[in-house]
Design a protein around this ligand. Structure first.
Ligand SMILES: [Zn+2]
Length: 66
């Protein structure tokens, strides 16, 4: 059974986007971290954020979302 681990809040506080040094927020139930500035989404694997530009998903279009 796979247990989804979440990023620790204290870790989330110090993490920033490597591109623009902006803060990140959890999305998709903590499965990914989204940059508030460039919109890149970094995957979280077993509670460990993968802060690599190569791994990040780029936002495909603007104005998408709620
Ligand atoms: Zn960013």
């Amino acid at each position: 059974m796979i247990i989804m681990e979440k990023v620790k809040p204290e870790l989330l506080e110090i993490l920033v986007c490597p591109v623009d040094k902006a803060g990140l927020k959890e999305i998709e139930g903590g499965n990914k971290l989204e940059c508030g500035v460039c919109g890149r989404r970094y995957p979280v694997r077993e509670g460990i954020p993968v802060m690599l530009q190569d791994e990040a998903e780029l936002p495909e279009k603007k104005g998408n979302g709620k």
